[in-house]
Design a protein around this ligand. Sequence first.
Ligand code: AR6
Ligand code: MG
Length: 305
Amino acid sequence: MTRDDRAEGLLLGVALGDALGAPLEGAPQVAEADILADERSTRRLVHTDDTALTLVLARHLAQRRDTTGLEEDVLAHEFAQAWSAEPWRGYGATVTQVFQLLNTGVPWQQATRTFFDGEGSFGNGAAMRVAPIALVGASPHDTAELARRSAVVTHAHQHGKDGAACHAVAAYLALTGDPARPLEVTPFLQNLARVVRSRPWHEKFDRIAELAHRGADPDHAARVLGNDVSALGSVPLALLAFLHNPDDPAAAIRYALRGGGDADTIAAMAGALAGARNGAGSLPQQCVRRLEARQALTELAGRLA
Ligand code: AR6
Ligand code: MG
């Protein structure tokens, strides 16, 4: 498998989880049969804000591949413009207000700290869009650093930034690990713990390890790890969905969807990880063909690979 395939798997994996999950967001219970029926249907797979902002970040990185890497001022503006162009994509309430401030010329350093007593958002919005960073990071440490820089322009809260770092480094490890060898849960989580050091995240890593070793079902896992719109309450479940099904992206996405709650975002993150490990060819082709942004994502994967 080439790096190109894996880059494409990473980006298409985001869109696939996102679009399959979009009608399920907030559903209390998601039956496997309903997911399978949707996979086999012919509906066009329309994405939400997760993929919309992933496209923005991927383009931003592709344009700067050989120069500066990431420019916060420009990136903040590009995110806000994407929201203005398509505000109906399902954006969170707080980040919407951040975008409105950015569009009136407020610097991101101020806009991102306007809410929650200056702490900013701990939503999963910075994590859901961060996967392309794994394609340009030179190491786990570098990936975490870039992820935090991409996060802070809208999600200043420590958990919002840590969630982005956690998911980006997980994607980096998924992308660079040898898919011919079994994925080992404990070393994978230890590598994450080295770059995401705060205590609440370490507690989540311990729970993920227990649930992965026990083979927990998605319902139970969602109750233990959370399935809400916060970074700390969603990035861990996405990680478990992948660690539970490391070699089967469709199964990783289904596991995430069955956890319910913020299903589209959790499945988008699980899809990125499993797609990065197994490549675009491993994704369910009858679904990939129906993805709204398939061509744009494939083209960007080629440029970033
Ligand atoms: N304190 C209390 N509540 C908070 C805090 C905080 N510090 N931060 C966030 N919230 P937002 P996102 C709550 O708006 O992270 C979409 O469906 C608050 O109620 O920053 O970009 C996406 O696809 C806030 O409105 O959005 C994601 O799935 C909410 O968390 C999801 O929403 C979301 O934070 C989050 O996207
Ligand atoms: Mg979402």
